[in-house]
Design a protein around this ligand. Structure first.
Ligand code: ATP
Ligand code: MG
Ligand code: FE
Length: 354
């Protein structure tokens, strides 16, 4: 089974061709990603209208490149998968319309993929992981802990009640006049900083459930930064180190609770997996903290390669393969959905009592 996947939900224009092998594993035949970071850098964040126009300008060429690199024609495809949401509406319309046009012209089924499902299933493409497993998705737009129980069967155990973690990194960088995107810049600055110099809060630590909150930390950081101004390079390093240590503690605590809940619900799963996804998963302090927590609880940490953790077309093609294998395809009237939660939202999170 061969599927073309198209991803345009945020600031990456991406297309990929993935083939499912007879043993169920996936082979990435091509995976072309064009990042728009340069277009948005001057604004310190993604500008939706600029993103949509950049997708229009780039997508045809990116799809052609992905097809050429995979050495397949549209007639060789079993389906075309496109991200239908959640994300920025302009970009979603560009990518989904393109997927529909190719599917219609080639007479192939369309699979309208939920972007989060793409992230959730990537570990099955890369590591052949069996259900169920836990997923921590931390990116510029999302901070979620998901229970991945099967194709189309996801339970959101925790989410942010305000900012996404990547957004918190980006805002911290902006406040401290560091480069965009903020995550790598904050991590670099933190390397030489003293995490204990500024007393920053750990929001939600020890609370029931698995939700996140980062806006209070952001405010506390701003207050400390203003009090210490004008900031030397060492001040900036200490603030970054303090911020990174605080979010690492919070992520460990929240994910630790999810692991405890998972172990109680699925006692029969031997060496269960915690999968990392999203750009923030590249952060080494957070990774180290999670590795310690996972080891303590008998979980193994599964971190797909960085280019498959951030937004890409291969994860959309793979989600298309998984859905098509279950007989799930969509009509050409499938809508773009800026908001599209992955779970039914009916199941309570571990210990949250709701
Ligand atoms: P979406 O949320 O829809 O997946 P996105 O483009 O925001 O889209 P990604 O491309 O996966 O998501 O991740 C980008 C985010 O990851 C940015 O907020 C960036 O600051 C953050 N990030 C990248 N590298 C690091 C790092 N080393 N440490 C912390 N954060 C990082
Ligand atoms: Mg991105
Ligand atoms: Fe994403």
């Amino acid at each position: 089974m061969i599927v073309l996947g198209i991803e345009t939900s945020c600031d990456e224009t991406a297309a990929a061709v993935v083939r499912r092998e007879p043993d169920g594993r996936g082979t990435i035949l091509s995976n072309v990603v064009l990042s728009q970071i340069a277009e948005h850098a001057a604004f310190g964040g993604v500008v939706p209208e600029i993103a949509a126009r950049a997708h229009v300008a780039a997508l045809d060429g990116i799809v052609a490149a992905a097809m050429a690199e995979a050495d397949v024609g549209f007639g060789d495809l079993d389906a075309v998968a496109g991200t239908a949401g959640p994300g920025l509406i302009g970009g979603l319309i560009v990518g989904l319309s393109t997927a529909k046009a190719i599917a219609f012209a080639a007479g192939k089924p369309l699979v309208a993929v939920n972007h989060l499902e793409g992230h959730a299933l990537t570990a099955r493409l890369t590591d052949g992981l069996a259900f169920p497993y836990l997923l921590l998705l931390v990116s510029g737009g999302h901070s979620q802990i998901l229970l991945v129980a099967g194709v189309g069967d996801y339970r959101r155990l925790g989410t942010t009640i305000d900012d996404a973690l990547g957004e918190a990194f980006d805002k911290t960088a902006k406040l401290l006049s560091l480069a965009y995107p903020g995550g790598p810049a904050v991590e670099r600055a933190a390397a030489s900083g003293d995490p204990a110099r500024f007393a920053l809060p750990r929001p939600m630590l020890g609370r029931p459930g698995c939700d996140f909150s980062f806006s209070g930390l952001k405010t506390a950081l701003r207050v400390e930064a203003e009090a210490a101004a004008p900031l030397s390079e060492a001040d900036v390093a200490d603030l970054c180190a303090g911020f990174q240590a605080a979010v690492t503690d919070v992520v460990r605590d929240r994910v630790g609770r999810a692991m405890a809940g998972f172990a109680a619900e699925f006692p029969g799963v031997d060496a269960p997996a915690l999968v990392l996804a999203g750009g923030v998963a590249a952060n080494r302090a957070i990774r180290t903290g999670l590795a310690e927590e996972a080891q303590k609880r008998g979980f193994r940490l599964v971190a797909p390669p960085g280019n498959l953790c951030t937004d890409n077309g291969a994860m959309i093609a793979w989600a298309g393969i998984e859905r098509l294998s279950q007989g799930l395809a969509d009509g050409l009237d499938a809508p773009a959905r800026p908001r599209w939660p992955l779970d039914a939202l009916s199941e309570p999170a571990y210990g949250a009592g709701r």
